[in-house]
Design a protein around this ligand. Sequence first.
Ligand code: NOJ
Ligand code: NOJ
Length: 714
Amino acid sequence: MLKLSRRLIGLSLLFCFVLTPLSATLAADFKREVIYQIITDRFFDGSTSNNNPSQSSGLYDSTKTNWRAYWGGDLAGIQQKMSYLAGMGVTAIWISPPVDNLNTNIPDGSGNPTASYHGYQARDFKRIEEHFGNSSNSWTEFDNLVTAAHANGIKVIVDFAPNHSTQNNAGEFGALYDNGALLGNFTSDTNGYFHHNANISGGGWDDRYQAQYFTLFDLADINQQHPTMDAYLKAAAQLFQQHGVDGFRIDAIKHLNWGWQYSLANSIYTFGDSFLFGEWFQGTTSDPLYRDSYKYANKSGISMLDFPLNTAIRNVFGNNANFSQIDSVISQEGSNFTWKEDLVTFIDNHDMARFLSINNNNNRLHEALAFTLTSRGIPCIYYGTEQYLHNDTSGGTDPYNRPMMVNFSTSTTAYQVINKLSTLRRNNTAIPYGSMSQRWMNNDVYIYERKFFGNVVLVAINKNESSSYSITGLNTSLPAGSYSDYLTGSVGGFSITVNSGSGGNNPVTNFTLPAHTVSVWQFTESGGSPQVGSIGPTNGQSGVKVTIGGKNFGSTTGTVKFGTTTATVNSWTPTHIVATTPSVTNGNYSVTVTNSGGQVSNPIQYTVLTAKLIPITFTVNNASPTSVGDYIFLTGNTVELGKWSTTWDGAVGPLLTPNYPNWFNVVSVAAGQTIQFKFIKIAANGSVTWEAGSNHTYTVPTSGTGSVNVNWQY
Ligand code: NOJ
Ligand code: NOJ
């Protein structure tokens, strides 16, 4: 009897597994996805019943002439367009923040009413906005959307904006609710839930302290180190996971306490499978905080939107700059970001003019699209791009970059190109996991190769509107043979012949690359050893589940090793393995896959954390003297503290000094552990000075937040 019921349970579990659509799992490898970014209010009005809800009436404009009012788009509307999205090859949607937002109108400077239709003024992170769902702010429509998306093989990413609540000086004065219960507001903030600093301005945007602790555009700046806020925001993120979301786009990560975010990520990954990327707004790789941005991406477990590449894409395709701009961003970032293929790439978004507003040329848009979909990183397409949507009022910047979708045609060239290249991303591992190298380049022409072991994709783009180029001396790793254009000529492509050569340099028979053309040639190898291209999350403590993506794992379960330690395997398919982080000493590990035939894969880097992370404020007093360009850093005995590293990239920091000569940083460290640490000075010339005395020690609490305050030892 017992045996029989066990069997039945086993069977039903098996059924669950078989019936669960792939999209509901394995979010941790997002590289095979194509993301589509939606401003929910501006996509499709699926239900008129929520257009003018009673608790926030008057924020809706049925005439769609006030660009800062709600226009009716909602979660039901996205749900109704699911087959349109799936037909385009979209495999993930990023929706604007769906949580309950400001209920009042706040006039803009010129007296026009403005509403928080975009979602970036949350009042309750645990309820759904009534304009997007229903008048009781329940989760029904959100859940329906997630179910429909998953049934169509589409993952759901929620925009999460924990930096702030609503405007601090008007409307609801920052009032925050916990599932309907008032927590507090900015004006009578007796609990210290908010920071009360001035707006970020001028040089403050690049000042580490101001950027994180000052106020973003009058928005009440949440103090995430307050234990109530810390718990509230982490619980809200977990609620979204319980409602089935596959990932989070984290708003304004440059302006949120950086160290705290490591513990947010850890809390999400400890709960379950997810993919996180943040918005670190920056122009180029010469940005003053660029180094901080990749240090954060390499250590926090949170990837980011690729803003430097976005700038280059807009310059090159929009303003006709030389392709070398793109090429140098790709290589610079390639040497800085550990998991560069996780960067999320894009042509435009809701905070900048749409591409066609800067250059109203569909050829160029197709070229930029094809580039984004085949180059390194996870492509994200802004809603309407496939319908050539744009409004050029005031240069097409916010809010004119957020028009209502009007057409849903499935026959535009852009729609077809996205669909084809999404299929290629699923079928050829060179696109999600491969290296990217330039093979031929001038101002107008960029020919680049993606390569993952023997899987190769070669892409040729000529952005000149009238001149063709004759391409001579081109080499490729594609094996000898002839290749037809994967885009079947839809953007002017054609076939090429590859001849045999040596050392990965097979000469391509000379050809003419016509004006405004994109051609894509590809090869997938079969057989071979296991090839690992992805690991996610990129860090975690013992027990955290890790997804390894790649090729040739086989269908029979083999072995996963973290260093020399064999991990528990939770599931195994030819392309994806889920394994559990083993109980090993904290530190960086090479993870490898061995197939059932004993063949071993290439290694991929993963960081084993000491334990679950708790955000602690570390302060050192009287760390002086230092001169301009010298910084205080923190180092200590665990991987979270840099394992006694004394380098800029390895130690924690630079610390912040709003009250010189006292310095501090929030650092997410291992719960319940007694840690040892010291402060060091790294001088402008790179020389390192240790503080004297014995190591400081501190026992990290097992939950909440904490702080430790010591004097620099002379
Ligand atoms: C960046 C978002 O993308 C932008 O639209 C928003 O207004 C700010 N962060 C503040 O949340
Ligand atoms: C070397 C430093 O000189 C010392 O101060 C510090 O305590 C140790 N590293 C930690 O092992």
